[in-house]
Design a protein around this ligand. Structure first.
Ligand SMILES: [Zn+2]
Ligand SMILES: [Zn+2]
Length: 264
């Protein structure tokens, strides 16, 4: 299936993205790739939540809102734009770091359980059991939050970054039953499962088919989860490998019916 949306795109307003991460460059990519929907998901730190890390303090609403103005002045009739955000799990509160007041300002919201390089107690790093348990807890807390009704998709579930070990070792430790319990509830809540293609940057189609994430993705599908796709672009070249989204959709046997409503 041809994937014609990307609901995980960072602009240069995200301090971890570079200067090529412009709306203009993404529009050019979208035209080249035949994308008709771009969901911008800059990192967002809700200013009403005390104790945000420096990283999130750099992304209050007033900062991110610049994009909203940019989008208002763009006329591209064949592409639909969404002003969204990637917000965070709040470890001490065991909740989504978000208030209703701020949540209402976005077209869509994605929340990860896997930014463990930023939000997990440092002493868990390198302890695989604790690392896995932390992500499972965070995942459940996000689902159980009263704010979960604002969550469009779980961002890159269980896909860690910025550690000196990779997601594979952790994903392989999680039994089918655990995934099933979590993903049944995800489907029940109407929250989509994001297929974040950043992991596939250097992969061949064979690598993608044989990757350990496929087991997790298939369980999500069996549980009835709907999916969104995202590039997690932090610069304009992330779209160079976005055809992997089509490959993954075919491996999983996805049809239009498996996509979240916002993608259709
Ligand atoms: Zn992320
Ligand atoms: Zn992201």
């Amino acid at each position: 299936m041809k994937i014609t949306h990307d609901f995980h795109v960072h602009t240069h307003l995200s301090i971890c993205a570079n200067e090529t991460a412009t709306v203009e460059n993404y529009i050019a990519n979208a035209k080249r790739l035949g994308l008709t929907k771009i969901g911008f998901s800059d990192h967002f730190g809700d200013g009403n939540i005390p104790g945000a890390r420096g990283f999130y303090r750099a992304h209050p609403y007033e900062h991110n809102a610049e994009l909203k103005e940019t989008l208002a002045n763009i006329h591209e009739p064949d592409i639909k734009f969404y002003f969204g955000c990637e917000t965070e799990y709040h470890t001490p509160k065991r909740d989504i770091a978000l208030t209703e007041e701020e949540a209402e300002k976005f077209d869509f919201i994605v929340v990860p359980n896997s930014h463990t390089h930023m939000i997990m107690p440092k002493e868990y790093i390198g302890n695989y059991d604790k690392h896995v348990a932390f992500m499972i807890q965070a995942y459940e807390d996000i689902l159980n939050s009263p704010l979960s009704r604002y969550v469009t998709a779980m961002a890159h579930p269980f896909d860690i970054c910025c550690h000196d070990y990779t997601s594979d070792v952790l994903i392989n430790m999680i039994p089918d039953d655990t995934f099933k319990r979590l993903f049944d509830k995800t489907a029940e809540k109407g929250i989509a499962f994001e297929l974040n293609m950043a992991y596939s940057k250097t992969m061949t189609p064979e690598d993608i088919a044989n990757d350990c994430r496929i087991r997790m993705f298939r369980i999500a599908k069996e549980c009835g989860c709907k999916f969104t796709f995202g590039s997690d672009s932090h610069n304009s070249s992330y779209h160079d490998f976005y055809h992997n989204a089509d490959i993954l959709a075919d491996i999983l046997g996805l049809t239009e019916n498996d996509l979240a409503d916002i993608c259709k």
